[in-house]
Design a binder for this molecule. Structure first.
Ligand SMILES: [Zn+2]
Length: 454
């Protein structure tokens, strides 16, 4: 499938775009998996930017229907000719070893070796990314081009790995706000050298965490999870069932540095506040952004949205997994993600969080016909004609719908204006004594009321 270049908006500033890309570059060489030292090294790096607790859960721990697996670590892997030349070399790329391969050291025939090799014939220069988490086997991945050069009758194979009792490691950052109601931001940290599917989500979650941790005031509380995919979210949910009820909004962040417009996948509830907020932000973001319905496949939203958990958690990406040929291959590398696209995704996440933070219910103080805006200098205060018109419409919609029963997102939806425009109008009208915030927590109270109905 051909992916169109998206209308990426200019970066917030070049430093931010550079920071977002730099962490991708820094973490790229590390061989991560669902457990092991690669995850720990990654989390230590993130800890330099966000206050993160690192949790270790022993192998064998039962988590709902699953069991925390044994810990996997790999030091080296190779295939050598009998003359000692490395024809497949882990040091060249960690994708060459099938993730979770059991250790092996053997001399094998070419036919036997081929039974353990994975290639991508349709992209002969790329190396596929393969895992074998729950089946004990070993394997190596190479380009189809390289495979064609293997003509000897025998080769020496070594996978210097360990698969033994240890721990599953994840990182968690809790940032308390004025309300105990939480926003969950979750990303997976279990892929080795893959940039879009993995490091882009880590980068954006990390810098959102840094921004949130520095905010002078947070209305909501935030919980960031850096977890191995599937088993990590299952483990966190199994160990934190008492915390689940406080989660009012959630977002899985992944695939945010590659091509294509932003894609939001709704939560299982389909019309939760986070779903409505994402629809509003993306509709006003760029023409190629897209909203998709929930499906029980994908990333950790599968677990957060399982029927017994049923959290309002959506998933934000650019072109989704499996819809770009570079997905799960060596071509998802440092050239596949760009600093500008990372920054664009980051800005969209911030806009979404600003809806969660900034939503409120107001009451017009002048409900008997329209107040005279011209007298107060509120008409035509903006630049161009179109902008002035939008501004004027935002003022009129806010004055009309802010009767104490509609919050700002309701107004934005009804008026087809961006939340941002509606909020700016409300702030301006409040400054002019025409509007009063009724109940800062009213939106939360409404969510409280609807929780569990999904
Ligand atoms: Zn993946």
């Amino acid at each position: 499938m051909k992916v169109a270049e998206s209308n990426v908006q200019p970066a917030l500033d070049s430093t931010l775009a550079g920071d977002l890309y730099r962490i991708v570059t820094d973490l790229y060489p590390i061989c991560r998996s669902i457990t092991g030292d690669g995850v720990r090294e990654t989390l230590r790096h993130i800890q330099n930017i966000v206050p993160l607790s690192i949790c270790e859960v022993p192998s064998g721990t039962r988590v709902f229907d699953w069991t925390v697996p044994r810990e996997w670590n790999v030091r080296d892997a190779w295939v050598k000719t009998l003359d000692g030349d490395r024809v497949i070399d882990f040091r060249e790329s960690n994708l060459h070893v099938v993730n979770y391969s059991v250790p092996v050291r053997a001399r094998v025939s070419l036919a036997e070796l081929k039974r353990h090799l994975h290639t991508l014939p349709e992209h002969p220069t790329w190396v596929p990314y393969k895992t074998s988490y729950y089946a004990e086997t070993w394997g190596l991945c190479i380009s189809a081009e390289r495979l064609r050069t293997l003509n000897d009758s025998e080769y020496d194979v070594c996978i210097d790995s360990t698969l033994e009792d240890g721990h599953l490691t994840y990182g968690e950052c809790y940032l308390p706000g004025e309300s105990k109601n939480e926003v969950l931001l979750s990303c997976h940290i279990c892929h080795p050298s893959l940039c879009n599917d993995n490091l882009s989500g880590i980068s954006i979650a990390t810098f959102l965490g840094q921004w949130l941790s520095r905010l002078p005031r947070r209305r909501l509380s935030y919980r960031l999870l850096f977890i191995p995919g599937t088993i990590g979210s299952i483990t966190w949910l199994a160990r934190n069932q008492d915390k689940v009820d406080a989660i009012r909004h959630g977002l899985v962040l992944t695939g945010l540095g590659g091509p294509g417009g932003l894609v939001y996948k709704r939560s299982r509830r389909t019309d939760a506040f986070i779903d409505r907020a994402a629809v509003n932000v993306l509709r006003h973001w760029s023409q190629d952004s897209e909203i998709r319905d929930f499906t029980p496949y994908g990333y950790d939203e599968r677990q957060y949205c399982s029927p017994g958990i049923n959290l309002p958690v959506g998933c934000l990406s650019r072109t989704p997994y499996g819809e770009y040929p570079e997905y799960h291959t060596s071509a998802d590398d440092l050239s596949f993600v760009t600093a500008d696209r990372l920054a664009d995704s980051y800005r969209a996440c911030r806009a979404l969080i600003e809806v969660l933070e900034g939503n409120a219910t107001y009451l017009t103080l002048n409900p008997m016909c329209e107040p005279q805006l011209g007298r107060r200098g509120l008409y035509g205060a903006m630049g161009g004609a179109a902008e002035s018109r939008r501004h004027e419409m935002a003022l009129l919609w806010v004055l009309n719908l802010c009767d104490g029963d509609h919050n700002l997102l309701d107004v934005a939806e009804r008026s087809s204006l961006s939340f941002d425009a509606v909020r700016n109008a409300a702030v301006l009208l409040e400054e002019h004594g025409l509007l009063q915030q009724v109940h800062a927590q009213k939106a939360d109270a409404r969510l409280e009321h609807t929780r569990g109905n999904g």
